[in-house]
Design a protein around this ligand. Structure first.
Ligand code: ADP
Length: 264
């Protein structure tokens, strides 16, 4: 029999044969608080685009149907907000999936180089549209550099980091994706020369929905969940993520993953 006790046990308590379990109530409260904050933040994030869609559909129904140019503007705005809701729901589902399982991916040994190079080339059209240059310095990643991972997880990590670097850097900037290895680990850097992150915000940017500048992030299509997802993904691969940043100079996000060695 298990009895949970909070506070001082009564005399003669517990009865013989019972097992006492002392919960750390502060930890439970903190978790409950985080859950409540998440629900509140998520509801707010969902409400904002919904409210904007509602205003536009009402305007269309009341006024717009006679004027084609107004219709097109309003419909485009609705389309943008639907995309935003779609991104948000997808990111929330990704995070829920990562948080609900200790082992969300099947890990297999794989070469890292081809995955990094494919990710970089996937992002080239977006970078080019902003006249930015993606510079991949992946020579250290020959086929002998292997990790025990899931391709989907590595791609998602790099997608989110490169996406942020493109989004937050000015037009014409260069973004460097570099790889280094040592005996034990592989290190991937995504470095930009964007606005940088204020020192006080750095410890918080991996929290769900935390943004340095909410309005800017939203206007660039951000959900505020990208880095929380990156952190979970890195941990699920036995690795970690870190950042070094200087205001007005740029930011470098670093992923470290354990290297896989074949045993003969
Ligand atoms: P978002 O969808 O808002 O980009 P993220 O979780 O990806 O959400 O990032 C959280 C916040 O961290 C961003 O809102 C932004 O303020 C900051 N941030 C992330 N990447 C960068 C970067 N490369 N340069 C400057 N700020 C960044």
């Amino acid at each position: 029999r298990t009895i949970a006790v909070h506070g001082t046990p009564l005399p003669g308590f517990p009865p013989p044969g019972a097992v006492l379990v002392f919960h750390d109530v502060t930890d439970l409260r903190r978790l409950e608080r985080m859950r409540q904050d998440f629900v509140a933040n998520a509801s707010h994030e969902l409400k904002t685009p919904l409210a904007s869609i509602k205003v536009n559909t009402e305007t269309l129904l009341d006024w717009g149907l006679h004027d084609d140019s107004v219709n097109v503007i309003l419909l485009n705005q609705i389309d943008e907000q639907v995309d935003r809701l779609d991104n948000l729901v997808q990111d929330m589902l990704r995070l829920a999936r990562l948080e609900s399982s200790d082992a969300p991916f099947l890990l297999e040994p794989m070469a890292l180089g081809p995955i990094v190079r494919a990710c970089v080339s996937d992002h080239e059209p977006r970078a080019r549209a902003r006249e930015q240059r993606l510079i991949a310095e992946c020579d250290a990643l020959d086929d002998s550099v292997r990790v025990r991972a899931a391709e989907e997880a590595i791609r998602q990590i790099l997608d989110n980091l490169i996406d942020n670097a493109i989004k937050y850097s000015p037009e014409g900037a260069s973004i460097r994706i570099a790889a280094r290895t040592d005996d034990q680990r592989v290190r991937l850097d995504v470095a930009d020369s964007g606005p940088g992150i204020p020192r006080d915000d750095i410890p918080r940017i991996f929290e769900r929905f935390y943004r340095v500048d909410k309005a800017r992030s939203r206007s660039l299509g951000g959900t505020g969940l990208g880095l929380a997802i990156v952190k979970h993904l890195a941990q699920s691969l036995g690795g970690e993520v870190g950042v070094e940043s200087q205001l007005g100079v740029g930011s470098t996000f670093t992923i470290r993953l354990p290297r896989h060695r074949e045993t003969a």
